[in-house]
Design a protein around this ligand. Structure first.
Ligand code: UD1
Length: 416
């Protein structure tokens, strides 16, 4: 397994162009089975999770190929709805395929999905919504068999604004006759991006970004060349890299409006941030200030995908900080590793109390999940001495060649 060897203490300084968003690309890859023709995703990131989705799509009959930085997906070739067990267990986003495959073929089979070890991550909201749309679901030996021959439009209320369930319903309804509505829908910017993609193919989806989404089913969608949105979590992560090292960074291809909650916190910690149309600039103080209670929430609240990075920052702040994780129940797995690096963290249930220390020191640690792994890299950038972060294949799932980007910004980091 690959690791990162990091010599801490260098300031992160320079300019970086933010990659396209993983969490926008994954549902769009699933939705690419809806049109009869090809989808070309420009500037598509080469990530572990993208390759896994390509693997699943290939098994369903949909080949895809790289054309430079663009990914062409032959979604029209969808020929069967049985998703391979091994791959669907490995990537959580395989669940996204249930809706669009049902929409196209009116049948689908898949194993319970996998993904990061950050909590139980049930799929009850996805399944109950599909049942409301007339899908008959049975379970056999860990496999879900979905029969969509009687599928119909429906009014669906989500008990919780799940991102994946909202996206799945939109995709299931895009080709279904009639009007489907989703109330208490998730409002994440990636859902707006999915709406934009489906509408660019001739679909009728409205309301994404608000709690009420309306989908008027169309009989056919056509191929399209599409540029998905920039990655707001990668944006936040690289801002944190500058913040934790007392550095300065300019991020291009960034959308500040997607990151308000994160920018507010970084400002409260003493960072100076300037926002432009597609650009963000951050200048960090020598030492960060601790922050008042941070609570993760569905968008537009503080994103759970930035929680681990803020935990790393809190470790070296002046004063004590409190973080409450309200979305996933198991997202403090890196606290032990950070303590091995000299941090002072007390975790009680879903809350962590962090007493900032002057300096972390290098240690031998391992990523447990994607964002936690990125947070360990941040901590290592600020630590004295050398840190070895193992299992960086988990980081590669969501950050394209992170070590090259950080090297270009002045970090001493190597893949080993
Ligand atoms: C998506 C993101 C992930 C992010 C998360 C929350 C992608 C590919 N992944 O994940 O990076 O951390 O949103 O912003 O876009 N839940 C249920 N039942 C369900 C579905 C969800 O109880 O059927 C719970 C989950 O266990 C979790 C919470 O709802 O506690 C949020 O999950 P959800 O919004 O669905 O996240 P994902 O779509 O899995």
């Amino acid at each position: 397994m690959a690791g990162f060897r990091i010599c801490g203490g260098e300031k992160i300084e320079g300019t970086l162009r933010v990659d396209t968003a993983k969490n926008a690309v994954l549902p769009i890859l699933a939705a690419s089975v809806l049109p009869q023709e090809d989808t070309v995703l420009t500037d598509c990131p080469r990530l572990g999770d993208v390759e896994c989705m390509r693997g699943i799509l290939r098994m369903l009959g949909c080949e895809s190929c790289w054309e430079g930085d663009a990914l062409r997906i032959c979604g029209g070739a969808l020929s069967q709805g049985e998703m391979p067990e091994e791959l669907s267990k490995r990537v959580r986003s395989s669940i996204f395929l249930l809706g669009p495959v049902l929409g196209r073929l009116r049948m689908a089979t898949m194993a319970y999905p996998g993904g990061c070890e950050i909590g139980l991550r049930p799929i009850d909201l996805h399944l109950s919504a599909l049942k409301r749309m007339g899908v008959r679901i049975s379970e056999e030996g860990g496999m879900l068999r979905c029969d969509g021959r009687d599928m119909h439009a429906a009014d669906i209320h989500l008990d919780y604004p799940s991102v994946g369930a909202t996206e799945n319903i939109i995709m299931a309804a895009a080709l279904l006759p009639g009007r489907t509505t989703i109330s208490n829908a998730a409002r994440e910017p990636e859902i707006e991006d999915l709406q934009r993609y489906i509408n660019a193919m001739g679909g009728h989806v409205q309301g994404a970004g608000s709690p009420l989404i309306v989908i008027e089913g169309v009989s056919r969608l056509h191929g399209v060349t599409y540029q998905p949105m920039p990655d707001r979590i990668a944006t936040g992560t690289y801002l944190c890299a500058a913040a934790i090292t007392g550095g300065q960074i300019e991020l291009t291809n960034a959308r500040p409006r997607d990151l308000t909650a994160v920018l507010d916190k970084l400002r409260a910690m003493g960072c100076v941030i300037a926002e432009g149309e597609q650009v963000l600039y951050l200048s960090a103080p020598e030492r960060l200030q601790s922050f008042d209670a941070l609570q993760t929430q569905p968008h537009p609240g503080f994103p759970t995908d930035m929680q681990s990075q803020m935990l790393a920052l809190a470790c070296v702040c002046r004063g004590a900080s409190v973080i409450e994780e309200k979305v996933f129940e198991n997202r403090f797995a890196i606290a032990g590793d950070l303590c091995r690096m000299g941090a002072n963290i007390r975790v009680t249930g879903r809350a962590a109390l962090i007493q900032g220390v002057e300096r972390l020191h290098g240690a031998h640690v391992a990523a447990h999940d994607l964002r936690g792994g990125a947070a360990l890299v941040l901590a290592a950038l600020a630590a004295s001495g050398e840190t070895l972060v193992e299992d960086v294949h988990l980081i590669d799932r969501g950050y394209e060649r992170m070590e090259e980007k950080l090297t270009a910004l002045g970090a001493k980091i190597a893949r080993v």
